[in-house]
Ligand binder design. Structure first.
Ligand code: ZN
Length: 195
């Protein structure tokens, strides 16, 4: 779990960052209103996925992790747009108009930070993340859509579920690094806008 500086949107995993008594390492603000990220409902959802994983529900794990990852990624895109000064209704419109993960990764993300998702992930130490995420989406689709795919899958095995869980844990760390690079440091972070 992370906490967010309300001034610059920096995210920190440090427990002592939560109550606001320590200055933000990024903008040096102090204050009590540091909210938890991901939101409590998503953390509860994460816990339920881990329960399905313990129960060996491989297909459910892969499908739910895919959905949660897309939700986390949508959140980071929204934060990147916010850092560039987009209003809430513009952000909602863009995300509603562009629902495909492929287009969000291939077009929207590089538009927001002038770099490819693959390059950013590699630079931040997660070079194999984009490929593994793509592989998980293919597995999920091969199971859900079955016959309309070249390699339909009747089941997904424990390895696919373990890979999905590992990917989810990586995603939290990677998306926080992306946040701190492009949102907290963004051209229109609230701190910069006020200065
Ligand atoms: Zn800050």
């Amino acid at each position: 779990m992370f906490h967010e500086c309300p001034e610059c949107l920096f995210l920190s995993p440090a427990p002592q960052f939560a109550d606001g008594s320590r200055p933000c390492p990024h903008c040096h603000a102090t204050g009590p209103s540091r909210k938890a990220v991901p939101a409590p409902r998503l953390r509860r959802f994460d816990e339920r996925i881990r329960g399905y994983h313990r129960d060996g529900e491989n297909e459910i794990v892969v499908i739910l992790v895919s959905t949660l990852l897309e939700t986390i990624f949508e959140d980071i895109l929204a934060r990147m747009m916010q850092a560039r000064g987009a209003e809430t209704k513009v952000i909602a419109l863009v995300l509603d108009t562009e629902r495909s993960v492929g287009m969000r990764l291939g077009k929207l993300f590089p538009t927001l930070c002038d770099a490819k998702f693959e390059d950013v992930a590699a630079e931040l130490g997660y070079g194999d993340f984009p490929l593994r995420w793509r592989q998980m989406r293919s597995l999920r689709n091969a199971f859900i859509h079955g016959e309309s795919f070249d390699n339909p899958r009747e089941t997904l095995d424990g390895r696919a579920a373990c890979d999905a869980m590992a990917l989810l844990d990586q995603a939290y760390d990677l998306f926080v690094l992306i946040n701190n690079r492009f949102v907290a440091d963004g051209p229109r972070s609230r701190r910069a806008a006020r200065a």
